[in-house]
Design a protein around this ligand. Structure first.
Ligand SMILES: Nc1ncnc2c1ncn2[C@@H]1O[C@H](COP(=O)(O)OP(=O)(O)OP(=O)(O)O)[C@@H](O)[C@H]1O
Length: 791
């Protein structure tokens, strides 16, 4: 463990006038190599103190330390068996619909209610799993992994140092649907959503074909195989059982039920002209780099004895640093792109991570929502690509140099779009996006025809290409930088297998960047799947501010379920009355509950759109684009919108029902208060959901009084509910039951669960709870629970 306090140094960026020295002042620099999990258990307080958590008193603190356990990194991912200590919640998200429920139910045991399902759309491809082929052998070199890595790293470092010589220091400021997956609903979805969308029609057709095929196989192979095959071909299901799969390793192992879901900073070394520092030790180098970055974060105001930065709270939420992009030695082409994008100053996370990235370090970065993490990993990646020698035109499979993985389609599309913006003046560098819900063949053609040094992908579709696209595996051999956006989500059980497969397909000699607004302890324990031992953990979240923005007012309300629809309506009406430019996101627990809520609000004449995994990709894209540009609009959404999606100027985020976990709460809330703007968040819970509050007790969330409900409003909402079609209510009821069955607090008492589900049913205006197929009940472990109706 190295703890350093870095002395003041001075920097001169080449773009600055000769007299324009930037003064870099003291900042705390703390390095803990390879021993955090153990230390954290033994000395939790001490670790917090030294920087595993953000520092106190300060403005944005930058913590750089290695969090990787000090054991050798496993070679091929297939050999990797994660040993995760502690209570790692595998799946983060929600049941999106019956499909998800069925998939999930397929995995359930009567006593299982450990982990919440995942649903976040993420990128299911109906056509994906049926085409799987065996993994290719990725042992591409006879050189031992460790040696290769060391050699590469040495080379990188040496060349970087060579590069820095002769230059004055540049300023751096960087889840089968078991048999009945309601075929009719699949068809309904096709017709409802987007008949005009070729891609979706294709996908849906394929889904149906696959389902038919599954049924044939089922008749031959029996029920279990039916479930497995269906699960593999479910449009949005397999991901949803991911969390639980960790609990049912036999099925997981079978595979049939496979889990779904020039800054020429010329190296940050430019800070290190030999005149600037006589520190040659690698750690010391990094210390200085961090110091420089931290200086521009405003940490120069001083450090206390613990190394915690001292500065004012008032500035703590300033997401911008003091460093302008034109003050750093960035390639003129990138700079032009940045200027066109309207960015002038670097954000804190951009400034803090860029030096380490350009120096070739693996980075795990944590920064609050909406603070520019996308540019933080894209810009240095572009710089790295721009410095690579051009690829010979005759090369049959030109390499992909940068691979960015995102958990959702929306997020991948958004990241690719940001990359295109930054690449505006880099004509020779191409970016492409491959995501589920679109035609594989079309993507294959595009990949073939257009340059693609930077590829942004969702995990499932990337695996598809890896296994089904000629030459794709060869192209991936060129990857120099691997980025996992929303890293904690990608590393949880929901995506773990896909990620391990992808990691096995890219060179070991690469740089890996993990970014997220939430980095729970479990991520520190498992990040070695992707990161090198000497990676840096760069945390720009200061202690005391929590992981949310102080300018976002957070409230929770606790009310009986039968009041939720009316309360939601009143809250929205009040907000609309307060702000003509309202832009509201309403998060619901599952896709089908999302549909129900949006149906009700539409009946109440509110300006509403809905987005969830049961909608076609083209519909989702259309609605997402509309919401991005609009004002005076309410978007009712499942967790497909929880992470990363950058909707500007969202004025209010309402979360109805318990979020899947703390991280999801934070990410959902993070759709507002972006880029330093103000926002508001309301969490609406039923009394028996209050236990969730303990997981966010460190956040500045206060209890709000319930708005009064006059009888007229209640009647109006009741009328609106009566106009919502029965099928929507039935679907919502079943999805609701599945979702809460997976909540360890609510689901552990099945009798109570059913009572609550029936309360939900009454809240929809139903006298009797909808009947549920016996098989579903059985799979949920609810077969003979009183109060449920079976069909
Ligand atoms: N240097 C900058 N100056 C101004 N705006 C910026 C800068 N960098 C990025 N942005 C903008 O900030 C917004 C938020 O960026 P981004 O979506 O990357 O945030 P994020 O930190 O990834 O958020 P989340 O955690 O929710 O995914 C985007 O609109 C982006 O264009």
């Amino acid at each position: 463990m190295i703890i350093k306090f870095i002395p003041q140094i001075r920097l001169l960026g080449p773009s600055l006038p000769a007299t324009g020295f930037t003064t870099m002042k003291p900042v705390s620099t703390i390095c803990l190599h390879g021993s955090i999990p153990v230390l954290n258990r033994v000395f939790p307080f001490k670790l917090k103190f030294f920087g595993l958590s953000p520092g106190s008193n300060g403005r944005h603190s930058v913590r750089s330390l290695s969090t990787r356990p000090s054991r050798p990194r496993s070679g091929a991912s297939s050999k990797f068996t994660p040993k995760i200590r502690g209570d790692v919640r595998a799946s983060k998200s929600l049941i999106e619909d019956e499909a998800e429920l069925s998939d999930w139910v397929g995995e359930l045991r009567a006593d299982s209610f450990r982990v919440r399902l995942t649903s976040e759309d993420e990128e299911l491809d109906a056509d994906r799993e049926c085409n799987r082929v065996r993994s290719r052998d990725r042992n591409r070199s006879g050189v031992p992994v460790k040696k290769r890595r060391e050699s590469e790293f040495e080379n990188f470092r040496d060349s970087s140092k060579r590069e820095s010589r002769g230059r004055l220091g540049d300023s751096v400021s960087r889840n089968a649907r078991f048999s009945k997956r309601f075929d009719s609903e699949l068809e309904d979805e096709d017709s409802d959503d987007d008949d005009d969308d070729e891609g979706e029609s294709y996908s849906s057709r394929k889904t149906r074909d696959v389902k038919r095929e599954s049924k044939k196989v089922d008749s031959r192979k029996g029920k279990r195989n039916e479930r497995d095959l269906d699960s593999r071909n479910t449009r949005s299901g397999s991901r949803n059982n991911l969390g639980r799969k960790s609990n049912f390793s036999e099925e997981e192992d079978s595979g049939a039920n496979e889990e779904k879901r020039s800054w020429k900073m010329k190296g940050a070394q430019n800070f290190l002209s030999e005149e600037d520092s006589d520190i040659t030790d690698d750690d010391d180098d990094y210390g200085i780099l961090r110091k420089n970055a931290s200086s521009a974060l405003g940490l120069e105001k001083g450090v206390n004895q613990t190394g915690s930065p001292i500065s004012s709270q008032a500035k703590s939420d300033s997401y911008l640093s003091e460093t302008r992009f034109d003050q750093i030695s960035i390639s003129p082409l990138s700079l032009k792109g940045i200027k066109d994008a309207g960015y002038e100053k670097m954000t804190v996370v951009q400034e803090a991570t860029l030096p380490a990235i350009l120096k070739g370090k693996d980075v795990l970065a944590k920064a609050k929502t909406g603070t520019g993490k996308t540019v933080a990993f894209l810009l240095p990646s572009i710089e790295i690509v721009s410095k690579l020698p051009p690829v010979d035109r005759d090369v049959k499979w030109p390499p992909i140099h940068v691979l960015v993985i995102c958990p959702t389609r929306e997020l991948a599309t958004q990241a690719a779009s940001e990359a295109k913006t930054l690449l505006k003046y880099h004509p020779s560098i191409g970016v492409q996006v491959v995501i589920g819900g679109t035609r594989l063949a079309l993507e294959q053609k595009k990949l073939q025809a257009n340059p693609c040094q930077i590829l942004v992908a969702t995990p499932g579709r990337l695996r598809d290409h890896l296994e089904n696209t000629a030459g794709f595996a060869t192209k991936l051999m060129g990857v120099k930088v691997l980025v996992l956006d929303e890293a904690d989500r990608l590393l949880d059980m929901g995506f773990r297998k896909d990620i391990e497969r992808i990691i096995a397909a890219v060179p070991k000699q690469r740089q890996t960047l993990l970014f997220s607004a939430t980095v729970p302890e479990e991520v520190h324990q498992i990040c070695h799947i992707a990161l090198r031992r000497d990676h840096e953990f760069i945390n720009t979240v200061q202690e005391g501010t929590g992981d949310t923005h102080s300018q976002v007012r957070q409230m929770h309300m606790v009310a009986p379920l039968d009041k939720h629809f009316s309360l939601l309506y009143v809250l929205l009406k009040e907000h609309i009355a307060d702000d003509v430019d309202y832009k509201v996101l309403v998060f619901c627990t599952t896709a089908m509950v999302t549909k129900l809520v949006s149906d009700v609000l539409r009946e109440l004449s509110l300006n509403v759109r809905e987005i969830h995994s049961r909608k076609s990709q083209s519909y989702r894209t259309k609605v997402s684009d509309e919401f991005r540009k609009s004002k005076s609009l309410i978007l009712v959404t499942s967790d497909v919108s929880a992470r990363g999606v950058d909707y500007p100027d969202v004025t209010l985020v309402i979360q109805v029902g318990i979020p899947s976990d703390r991280q999801q709460y934070i990410h959902r809330l993070g759709r507002t208060g972006r880029k330093g703007k103000e926002g508001q968040g309301i969490l609406l819970l039923a009394p028996w959901e209050e236990h969730f509050l303990s997981s966010i007790k460190d956040l500045p969330i206060t209890k709000a009084p319930l708005p009064s409900l006059d009888p007229e409003t209640t009647k109006k909402v009741g009328r609106a509910l009566s106009h919502v079609e029965m099928k929507a209510k039935e679907s919502a009821y079943q999805a609701w039951l599945g979702y809460y069955n997976s909540d360890k607090n609510v689901g552990k008492d099945k009798y109570r669960l059913v009572e609550l589900a029936n309360e939900f049913s009454r809240s929809m205006g139903l006298d009797n709870p909808p009947a549920i197929p016996k098989l579903v009940l059985s799979k949920m472990g609810l077969r003979n629970v009183p109060g449920l109706r079976a069909k």
